[in-house]
Structure formats: structure tokens, C-alpha cells
Write a protein that binds this ligand. Sequence first.
Ligand SMILES: [Zn+2]
Length: 83
Amino acid sequence: MSTKGTGLLAEIAAQSPRKGPACKVGAVEVALEATDRADLRKAFADASITGTAIWRALRGRGHDVDLGAVRRHRAGECQCGRP
Ligand SMILES: [Zn+2]
């Protein structure tokens, strides 16, 4: 196997999140009432709140999201392309 001819930049670009529809967590965030959305964003920004806690709360509200998606969304690694 040879990777000659493939630049590192191209390989990195291939690993970047694709443009596309928001992930499930982003969709939930958008669908929430403004006050709940603000609370969710505060929770994402608060390092003392774990992703698991956020995930459990969302599941408790009936949102079918998985923990990995919550973590990726929080880290900005999902399709939402959060700043
Ligand atoms: Zn997302």
C-alpha cells in the first residue's frame, strides 16, 4: 500500500465534517423552546456538566439522541459546524 501522491492536507480535509444537515443533537437544539435552548447551550459551555448528564436530561425529555452524538456536537465535531 502506497500513499504517495496523496497530500497530507487532502487527507486531513477528507477527515473534516461534511457539510450537510445538522446532527440529531443540533436538530433538537433548534427545536427547543428559546429558554430551553439557552439552558442547553449553557450546559454545553459549562465544563462542570458532563455530556452524560446532558444526554440523560435530553433522553428524559424523550429526545432520541445517543451519547456519542451529544459529545461530538458539544465538541463541534459534528455536521453542525459549531464555531
Ligand atoms: Zn451537531
